[in-house]
Design a protein around this ligand. Structure first.
Ligand SMILES: O=C(O)c1ccccc1NCC(=O)[C@H](O)[C@H](O)COP(=O)(O)O
Length: 265
C-alpha cells in the first residue's frame, strides 16, 4: 500500500468525529490578501513557507518548533503565505497549529492536509485558513470538482496539486486558478525538480493559472531552476524548518522571475 493510501485511510477514520462535532475555533477575523493575486502580481519567486514538524519520508524534522514563532519568522522574512500541516499521525500537525498561525500573521494561510470530505473544508475555514490544498491523486473527478466549487463559494483560494501529466489533465478540467506540481513521488519519496520542468510547458500555456513548484527546494539554484521553468511560487517545508537562519534561507529563494517567461505567460 502506498504512503498516500495509508494517510488517506487514516484520514477516513477521523471524518466521523469531525462530522459529530462542529468546527469552532477561537480565530480573529482577518481579511488576508488573495494568494492567487499575490502570485499573479509577483516579479520575484514567491515562497509559501511550511510549518512541518515531521513527515513520512524524513520522520522527525523539527518536532519542537513553535508554529507561532516559525510563522512570525516566515512573515518577517517576506513569505507570500504560510502552509500549516494539520495531519496528525504522519506529520504531527493539528488544527490548533493552524489557529495559532492564523491568529499571528496577516498573510495568506494554507491548510495543508489530505482532504477527502467537505467537512474538512469547513474546519479549514473555521480554523483561519484562506487557502486549502486539493490533491488530485486523492480524489475522484467528481469530488475534485465539488470540493473546488465548495471552497471557492466559501471564499477560499485552492491549490490544486498534481504529480504527472495525467493528473494535470484532470486538474485543468476544473479550470483551477492555482496549480502546484509536487516534485516528490509519493510512492518512492524521490525528489526531482524535473517534475516541474516536465509539466511547465502545459501549465505555461494558461496565463491565468498561477504555477507553484512544491517540495525539494533547498537552494537559490533550485529556486532559479523552477522559476526558469515558469513557476511563480515554491512550497518549501523541510529546508526552512531545519535552517538556523530562516530569514537568510527564505530570502535566498526569492529570486527574480525571468522576464522572458513572464512575457510568454
Ligand atoms: O513530505 C513528505 O514526506 C510527504 C509524504 C507523503 C505525502 C506528502 C508529503 N509531504 C507534503 C508536502 O507536499 C510537503 O510538505 C511540501 O511540499 C514541502 O516539501 P519539502 O520542502 O520537501 O519539505
Amino acid at each position: 500500500m502506498t504512503i498516500l493510501q495509508r494517510i488517506l485511510d487514516h484520514k477516513a477514520t477521523l471524518i466521523p468525529s469531525l462530522l459529530e462535532n462542529s468546527p469552532f475555533f477561537s480565530v480573529e477575523p482577518k481579511s488576508r490578501p488573495s494568494l492567487y493575486e499575490v502570485l499573479q502580481k509577483a516579479d520575484t519567486l514567491q515562497v509559501i513557507s511550511e510549518m512541518k514538524r515531521a513527515s513520512p519520508s524524513k520522520g522527525l524534522i523539527n518536532e519542537g518548533a513553535s508554529p507561532i514563532e516559525q510563522a512570525k519568522k516566515y512573515e518577517q522574512a517576506g513569505a507570500a503565505c504560510i502552509s500549516v500541516l494539520t495531519e496528525d499521525k504522519f506529520f504531527k500537525g493539528s488544527y490548533q497549529d493552524l489557529v495559532d498561525v492564523a491568529n499571528n500573521v496577516d498573510i495568506p494561510v494554507l491548510n495543508k492536509d489530505f482532504i477527502i470530505h467537505e467537512v474538512q473544508i469547513d474546519y479549514a475555514k473555521a480554523a483561519g485558513a484562506s487557502v486549502i490544498l486539493l490533491i488530485v491523486a486523492a480524489l475522484s473527478d467528481e469530488k475534485l470538482n465539488a470540493f473546488y466549487t465548495y471552497a471557492s463559494v466559501l471564499g477560499l483560494d485552492v491549490l490544486v496539486e498534481v504529480h504527472n501529466e495525467k493528473e494535470l489533465g484532470r486538474a485543468l478540467a476544473i479550470r483551477p486558478k492555482i496549480i502546484g506540481v509536487n516534485n516528490r513521488d509519493l510512492k518512492t519519496f524521490h525528489l526531482d525538480l524535473a517534475q516541474t520542468e516536465k509539466l511547465a510547458n502545459i501549465i505555461n500555456e494558461h496565463e491565468d493559472i498561477a504555477f507553484i513548484s512544491e517540495s525539494g527546494i533547498w537552494t537559490a539554484t533550485d529556486a532559479q531552476r523552477v522559476a526558469k521553468a515558469g513557476a511563480q511560487g515554491v512550497l518549501v517545508g523541510e529546508s526552512l524548518m531545519v535552517s538556523g537562519n530562516v530569514e537568510e534561507a527564505l530570502t535566498a529563494l526569492q529570486v527574480p522571475l525571468p522576464s522572458l517567461l513572464k512575457e510568454v505567460k
